[in-house]
Design a protein around this ligand. Structure first.
Ligand SMILES: [Zn+2]
Length: 490
């Protein structure tokens, strides 16, 4: 009796010590993040060239081993950066889709942490138990032009069987040579995914991919699920409710599914959206904290205590988010008034160098959108949709425009300005009104799917809001609006 009591108490003590250690490091990682954030990687459109000075630094660093393990179709090097001495191999690869860079940035933050002189005891334990291998930016040719597919125009994540692309062959060869125990398959997903039946974006989504059509759970897949359960606890702490679980239908051509099948416990992490975090830097931080914590739990082995139920309890991914949702608008058509919701998406259009972007927005859906959500939602009950007008005077040049004059035009119901001499290299309007050329003919105004959302909202005979290129502008607040750009229509 006495002995049993002692055992129980010591078990509880051990358990709390373990989980305490874990929480401590997670919290330290979160609090001290800025010290380790790689300052040279600032926004999403990063290129192979941005990474090379960083990789070179680790090549010169005796703590790390850096190998060139392959080349892309256009000849860009693929590097594997390894650290640690333990018997358990962890393999992390990012950006097999060129326009999915969030985890690539996080990898360089993680490397900075692993290289630092801080938290020595925790790192000693990690390096004693595991060896960690990073392959950042698997698709550098795609990253160069910020596109999903590689130079061959194929989706690398459907090339795991046929292995036509050199990038795919490298990914597999490295996995095979390491006989990796754990794999982290790091992606970005659409920012419009939400946790099912909530307005919370799926900031992080997880999947322990199936390795057969039956979706069986063997020990390897089970371990991936447990690590996801463990990481979910961390994300829930910092972004409550903002985690989704991917559908686990077996895709025989995908890498995650095959790497799971080849015997590596594989964890898919998808970085989604987060309110007011266009460049996904907060999500990068969540990657950093949760992946490093996962590496620690693998090193300690305590992820095994996580129940599979925690994995299945994560809400499924859904895709029900808009950038802007307008509810209960009054819309007049052929002499009658209708109640309508609008769902607006702001599409990113890249500049020529794929180093920056501008927005071209569209109405993605309209009608009763009560089962959808918005990053920004506005209840327009009592507001009528009014067509925006073309400013009566034609301007000679862009010099005659500024931010304040544009907002004044909106007050008077003008959403378009005709300009004679538009610079030939101009691609968008820097002001919250559209710029149109001398001869541009405006199509007849109506709300419709695929149309650019530009109109005014009137209440009791007064124009109170403008919607220009999918941005809602409160005209009662002078000078404050979130409109990044409007359109240039030639
Ligand atoms: Zn992807």
């Amino acid at each position: 009796m006495k002995k049993t009591g002692y055992l129980i108490i010591s078990f509880i003590f051990m358990w709390s010590t373990l989980s305490c250690q874990q929480n401590d490091l997670t919290e330290i990682l979160y609090e001290s993040y800025e010290e380790y954030k790689e300052p040279s990687l600032k926004q999403r459109r990063i290129k192979h060239g941005d990474l090379q000075p960083l990789i070179e630094k680790y090549r010169q660093n005796p703590k790390f081993k850096v190998n060139t393990v392959g080349r892309s179709i256009e000849g860009r090097s693929l590097s594997l950066i390894s650290i640690g001495n333990g018997p358990v191999n962890i393999y992390l690869w990012s950006q097999m889709h060129g326009n999915e860079p969030t985890a690539t940035q996080a990898i360089f933050d993680i490397l900075n942490f692993l290289d630092s002189q801080e938290n020595v005891a925790e790192k000693r334990e990690i390096f004693r138990n595991v060896k960690i291998h990073f392959l950042p930016m698997l698709n550098p040719d795609g990253a160069e032009v910020y596109q999903r597919r590689n130079k061959l125009g194929i989706d690398l994540n459907r090339d795991a069987l046929r292995l036509q692309s050199p990038e795919s062959r490298t990914l597999k060869r490295v996995r095979d040579s390491l006989q990796a125990d754990f794999g982290f398959n790091l992606h970005d997903q659409s920012i419009y995914y939400n946790a099912e039946r909530t307005d919370k974006p799926a900031t992080i989504s997880y999947l322990a991919p199936a390795y057969n059509y039956e979706k069986d759970v063997n020990e390897k897949r089970g371990n991936a699920m447990k690590i996801i359960g463990f990481m979910n606890r961390i994300i829930q702490k910092y972004a409550p409710g903002q985690v989704g679980r991917y559908n686990d239908d077996f895709e025989p051509r995908a890498f995650g599914d095959n790497i799971q099948k080849w015997g590596t416990s594989t964890i898919l992490i998808e970085s989604g959206g987060y309110a007011n975090d266009v460049e996904k830097q907060e999500i990068r931080k969540l990657n950093y904290v949760s992946i490093l914590s996962a590496i620690q739990t693998i090193a300690q082995g305590n992820y095994k205590d996580v129940s599979l139920d925690e994995y299945w309890a994560i809400p499924e991914n859904d895709r029900k988010l808009f950038d802007l949702k307008l509810e209960n608008l009054s819309y007049q058509l052929m002499g009658k008034t209708y109640k309508m919701d609008l769902g607006i998406h702001r599409m990113e259009i890249d500049n020529e160098l794929h180093s920056d972007f501008w927005y071209k927005s569209q109405i993605s859906d309209q009608g009763d959108l009560s089962t959808y959500y918005g990053y920004e939602t506005f209840d327009a009950e009592g507001y009528s949709v009014i067509k925006g007008k073309i400013y009566v005077n034609v301007l000679d040049s862009m010099d005659q425009m500024n931010e304040a004059s544009a907002l004044n035009l909106l007050d008077d119901g003008y959403t378009y300005v005709r300009v004679n001499d538009i610079p030939s290299d101009m691609v968008n309007s820097p002001f919250p009104v559209h710029i149109i050329s001398e001869n541009y003919e405006l199509p007849e105004f109506r709300l419709g799917v695929g149309k650019n959302p530009t109109f005014l909202l009137e209440k009791e005979g007064e124009i109170r809001y403008a919607v220009v290129n999918g941005f809602l502008i409160d005209l009662s607040k002078s000078g404050v609006h979130g409109c990044k750009n409007s359109l240039l229509l030639r």
